[in-house]
Design a protein. Structure first.
Length: 116
């Protein structure tokens, strides 16, 4: 994915800081992850989610993991710690079937993944 850091493990790191509180609404909860041969679309449950940079914990990541597992999608999601000019948490996605993420899109992507 262009303009995103993809590490040696094919994890795609978001450019948006995930703060202490994240509010997901019906206008920002849709996400699509595209690989070469599959498209995975799902909705993040509406709610307010807490995250902690210091503890490396995120209710948002836990909610996304639950949706992914419910749909049996080969997607892993993590809370990643970035240390650029400022320290911040971001979302990190990886496909567990070893394929490469070609694109991430949707209203959730625009609100919580795309830019810092």
């Amino acid at each position: 994915m262009e303009n995103f850091y993809t590490d040696n493990y094919k994890r795609v790191w978001g450019n948006k800081a995930i703060g202490d509180t994240t509010i997901v609404t019906t206008s920002n909860n849709e996400i699509t992850v595209l690989s070469g041969s599959h498209e995975y679309t799902f909705s993040i449950p509406v709610g307010t989610y807490a995250s902690s940079y210091a503890r490396g914990e995120s209710e948002l990541v836990d909610a996304i993991k639950t949706v992914i597992q419910t749909n049996s999608y080969p997607i892993e999601v993590f809370l990643g710690g970035n240390h650029k000019d400022i320290k911040y948490n971001s979302l990190v996605f990886r496909l567990s079937d070893d394929s490469e993420i070609e694109e991430i899109s949707g209203s959730f992507y625009d609100a919580f993944f795309n830019s810092i």
